[in-house]
Write a new protein. Structure first.
Length: 191
């Protein structure tokens, strides 16, 4: 309950900041992102319903992993904090775990090869909000990291409960363990 309240408070703060600034990052998109990679973030106010069918859920999860990667890449460049660089690399591995599931099921990979660009409009809005939040200060960047990982944990847990496919469940369990470790790393910086 405490984690959920903190996530809601962080999300409301990001939404208020985004509403007052128009959600613009003010920086051009970079193309340094590894192709076909994604990260997991916090739900936006206008897109908090995750897709329900299995194919759409896997597409959403891989874009969520790209979101985490892209946000952490931006914060690593901006703040130089090692935690963002380390976790960014882990997010690449998370995406690589999802690619074989998409391929095996004949599901198109929605990721773009451009940092900060997403097929899902809700994920795009969330990226913009998180970047806006995390450029305010390094503390806000850590809070954005917490919000991303808490959303990932919630989404992965829900998907684990819903899946009956053993291969998918195994991947989701690995992603969930990684997200929990990432959450702990960001929380340790908030003291």
């Amino acid at each position: 309950m405490k984690t959920t309240a903190r996530t809601l408070a962080i999300l409301l703060g990001a939404l208020a900041l985004a509403a007052s600034t128009g959600c613009s990052t003010g920086s051009p998109a970079s193309t340094d992102s590894p192709p076909r990679t994604t990260a997991s973030p916090v739900p936006s106010a206008t897109s908090n319903a995750a897709p329900s069918d299995a194919a759409a859920r896997l597409q959403y999860l891989i874009e969520e992993e790209k979101l985490a990667h892209d946000v952490y890449q931006r914060f690593a460049e901006l703040w130089g904090a090692q935690v963002f660089g380390n976790i960014r690399e882990s997010e690449v591995m998370h995406q690589q775990l999802l690619v074989p599931l998409l391929d095996a099921k004949g599901i198109p990979d929605p990721r773009t090869g451009t940092v900060g660009t997403f097929a899902d409009p809700g994920i795009q809005r969330l990226y913009d909000q998180l970047i806006q939040q995390g450029t305010a200060s390094i503390t806000e960047a850590y809070k954005a990291g917490v919000a991303i990982e808490e959303k990932d944990i919630a989404d992965l847990s829900a998907d684990l409960d819903a899946t009956t496919d053993p291969a998918t469940a195994a991947v989701l369990q690995r992603l969930l363990a990684g997200s929990r470790a990432h959450l702990q790393a960001f929380e340790s910086h908030l003291g």
